[in-house]
Design a protein around this ligand. Structure first.
Ligand code: GTP
Ligand code: MG
Ligand code: NA
Length: 455
């Protein structure tokens, strides 16, 4: 039995140190080159098992050893800034396992909680990296192993670290997860392991990786077995590549993708079939968003991997779309089957009713699903929910709802454009549009508006 690379997503609040942590392991400095030090795209890089063994040293045998080792980890970096909820969602839905990064001095913040809720919903196991221990007042560096370094701190500093860990244990418990500092965890399947680390000094990174690899190798074997079946992946984003035309950054989750393969992906109104022109792979330990070396053109790629695909008909393909390889030998029935799976995923996300409720427009499949969930939690009825700009038709529909239902005759938009004629129509009919780039603000500002109207 051979295992594929587990897909590890790194999630957490803005500036908790996600990119810095990965940089420390890769030995690169992606973070320093980012505009404003903010991650704005999903990145992926491959960490070979030999690199992991080097970093973990003697801990590998103690925490991670296995009869069937993984070939490495495919690590996905995500933005922590609140506007990028859709990217966190996409990362979360591709992951086998996750690292949630939190700042030790700040504890759990808004997007830490949002991240854990995404993982909970998708049933993705995770470990918590409690980053920036070097910033705990009075902390002194001694070692690259946190269990050694923690014991050598003064009594006061040790107490302070313990208090910070217990604050996080409390936050996790409120989210429904039992947890412990990893050195006190008895059963890694029952308790979330908390690993104090520093992306600055590197302390704790060996333990973090050993716990992570241990979890995947000991408890995820079945899920990670390589499949003979059709290749499958996820579209992260569509870019215009100079000289190449439209290209897709994708994560290949299963199987092998070859040059010339016929792939099925989703556009707004239907699934499309297109041919893979080129496959471009970042080097091991390189970051897909900001590679040090040029991407290498390859003739095939085996899962799991982050890569760029070019193809003639990618324009309009939805970020968050599933991707399937169509094996022509299997004939038209197979093509129909894959088309209906792909179209099913869009249709499942879209809501279209004749009932009374709000009109929702979002930028991606992931954000649409998330906001529908949030609205349901708040018991806010939905008339229609779709992907795309806010149009005149949306305003007319909201206006019709408002005749019988004052508070629900509104349009909610997340990260979308309001078309000019929609804007005019909204003014003529006095239809309220809520268009936000922050997922929680959207629901909150609508709810506040209703409360205010009722007073
Ligand atoms: P977003 O991608 O914007 O969500 O941020 P991020 O979570 O990737 O954090 P990033 O790596 O950009 O780090 C934010 C800031 O914290 C940078 O100035 C880092 O240098 C600093 N930083 C990260 N990790 C550590 C750490 O362990 N110790 C100290 N002292 N500073 C750190
Ligand atoms: Mg970052
Ligand atoms: Na940052």
């Amino acid at each position: 039995m051979e295992l594929r690379q587990p897909v590890v997503v790194v999630l957490g609040h803005a500036d908790s140190g996600k990119t810095s942590l990965l940089d420390k392991i890769r030995g690169t400095a992606v973070q320093a080159r980012e505009v404003g030090g903010i991650t704005q795209h999903i990145g992926a890089s491959f960490f070979p098992i030999d690199t992991i063994k080097e970093v973990t040293g003697p801990l590998y045998d103690r925490l991670a050893k296995s009869e069937t080792p993984i070939p490495g980890l495919l690590v996905i970096d995500t933005p922590g800034h609140e506007v990028f909820a859709n990217l966190r969602m996409r990362g979360g839905s591709a992951a086998d396992i996750a690292i949630v990064v939190a700042d030790v001095n700040k504890g759990f913040e808004a997007q830490t909680i949002e991240s854990i809720e995404i993982l909970k919903k998708r049933r993705v196991p995770f470990v918590v990296a409690l980053n920036k221990v070097d910033r705990v007042t009075g902390w002194r560096p001694f070692s690259r192993f946190i269990s050694e370094e923690a014991k050598k701190q003064s009594a006061d500093v040790q107490t302070m670290l313990d208090e910070k860990i217990y604050t996080v244990v409390g936050s996790l418990s409120r989210l429904g997860f039992p947890s412990e500092a990893f050195w006190r965890v008895k059963d890694f399947t029952k308790e979330i392991a908390i690993v104090p680390v520093s992306a600055r000094t590197g302390v704790g990174i060996p333990e973090l990786l050993a716990v992570l690899v241990g979890l995947t190798q000991q408890f995820m074997g079945k899920r990670l077995e390589r499949h003979e079946g059709a290749a499958r992946g996820l579209v992260l984003e569509i870019n215009e590549e100079p000289g190449l035309g439209p290209s897709a950054n994708i994560i290949l989750l299963d199987g092998t993708l070859k040059q010339g393969d016929s792939i099925i992906v989703a556009k707004r109104d239907s699934a499309v079939q297109t041919r893979v022109k080129a496959l471009l792979l970042p080097k091991p330990l390189d970051e897909m968003r900001d590679p040090r070396d040029k991407f290498k053109p390859v003739s095939e790629v085996t899962a799991a991997a982050g890569l760029k695909v070019t193809s003639p008909d990618l324009e309009g393909v939805l970020a968050g779309s599933p991707l399937y390889v169509f094996d022509k030998a299997k004939g038209e029935d197979e093509l129909e089957r894959l088309r209906s799976i792909v179209e099913g995923e869009i249709k499942n996300a879209i809501v279209s009713t004749e009932t009374s409720g709000v009109i929702l427009k979002c930028d991606t499949i992931g954000s649409l699903e998330a906001i529908i969930d949030l609205l349901k939690k708040e018991s806010i009825p939905i008339r229609t929910a779709d992907i795309g700009s806010i149009t005149r038709r949306d305003i007319i529909e909201a206006s019709a709802v408002r005749e019988s239902d004052r508070y629900h005759g509104v349009v909610l938009g997340f990260n979308v454009k309001v078309l000019d004629d929609a804007e005019r129509e909204a003014q003529d009919r006095s239809v309220k549009i809520f268009n936000e780039r922050i997922i929680y603000n959207l629901v909150r500002s609508y709810v506040d508006w209703v409360t205010y109207q009722k007073e």
